[in-house]
Design a protein around this ligand. Structure first.
Ligand code: C2E
Ligand code: MG
Ligand code: MG
Ligand code: MG
Length: 288
């Protein structure tokens, strides 16, 4: 068993399942406590960039859990746990509320940010709650956030679980003015026709395709095909896992409009983002 906190968090990052020796029930209880305590969960933000102009267009929000003794716990570990225990429902609402406040602030304070958006990951478990759409509407109204400032990221596998139910939820969200992105595209089982049927606004090409392209340029053909079809259906195309300057050039050539990845920046806490983008931000804050 790992000893120090750092070793433990490394172990958590390495773990994919429940075989890491940590008691999932204890972790679930800790997560419950974290939700009540309120200060252990925090959204970090990763830039989404126009691949041709290099312009920052928005951010994806990614949840971070600062566990009091184990340090940072990966979302790959705690999101599945949260889904099983339904704790994803309060966590997901918290994420939406935080993202609304953040995008309000950034649309006001960051340079050239009037049209900026924040992507929020939404779990299928959360979407299947009977009052999901109403709760989202309440949060937007409470924070006075325009619906076009958020984009909901939905993973492909989730969409397929219940096609009719999902269609009705997604069309109600769209009627509110929210935009929808299909996440990790290409890793699930759906056909491209789902893109059209569900009226997604954006397709996020999974980072495994970008990695494959880096290894063998011919693999870029898959990306080109997804990008072309997506665009033909009126969807924006965002490549995930952009790690090198060469990725940027190739992905733009293959028809991807936007990119996200370590090349542009890792997910960071909001204070760090503000320091990077607007050194005078603290001053601005005291004025307002
Ligand atoms: P995702 O939504 O597909 O998010 C992208 C993941 O790729 C993030 O991992 C991000 O840190 C990572 N990433 C970004 N750029 C690169 C890159 O250039 N190279 C590589 N190798 N990785 C990159 P993260 O933050 O660990 O999140 C993992 C997953 O956890 C997310 O995948 C999402 O499915 C889930 N998740 C995170 N936050 C939330 C949340 O607030 N709600 C829900 N329901 N799920 C969340
Ligand atoms: Mg995502
Ligand atoms: Mg993704
Ligand atoms: Mg993913």
């Amino acid at each position: 068993r790992p000893g120090t906190d750092a070793e433990k968090s490394v172990a958590l990052f390495a773990a994919n399942g429940m075989d890491d020796g940590l008691d999932p029930l204890a972790l679930e209880q800790d997560l419950r406590t974290a939700i009540e305590a309120g200060d252990q969960l925090q959204l970090h933000y990763q830039p989404i960039v126009d691949l041709v102009s290099g312009r920052l267009v928005g951010f994806e929000s990614l949840m971070r859990w600062h566990h009091p003794t184990m340090g940072l716990v990966s979302p790959l570990r705690f999101i599945p746990l949260a889904e099983e225990s339904k704790l994803i429902i309060p966590i997901g609402l918290f994420a939406l509320d935080q993202a609304c406040q953040q995008v309000n602030r950034w649309r006001r304070f960051l340079p050239d940010a009037a049209g900026m958006f924040i992507n929020v990951n939404v779990s299928g478990v959360q979407m299947q709650e009977a009052d999901f759409v109403e709760r989202v509407a309440e949060i937007l109204a409470h924070r006075q956030t325009p619906a076009d400032a958020l984009k909901l990221e939905i993973t492909e596998s989730v969409v397929l679980d219940d096609v009719d139910g999902m269609l009705s939820i997604l069309s109600r969200l769209k009627a509110m003015g929210l935009r929808l992105a299909i996440d990790d595209f290409g890793t699930g089982y759906s056909s491209l026709s789902y893109l059209h049927q569900f009226r997604f606004d954006a397709v996020k090409i999974d980072q495994s395709f970008v990695r494959a392209m880096r290894q063998r340029p011919e693999n870029g053909l898959i990306i080109r095909m997804i990008a072309e079809l997506s665009r033909g259906l009126g969807c924006e195309v965002i490549a995930e896992g952009v790690e090198t300057a060469n990725d940027v050039i190739r992905l733009a050539q293959l028809g991807c409009m936007y990119g996200q990845g370590y090349h542009f920046g890792r997910p960071r806490d909001p204070m760090t983002i503000e320091k990077l983008l607007l050194p005078a931000c603290e001053e601005t804050e005291t004025v307002v």
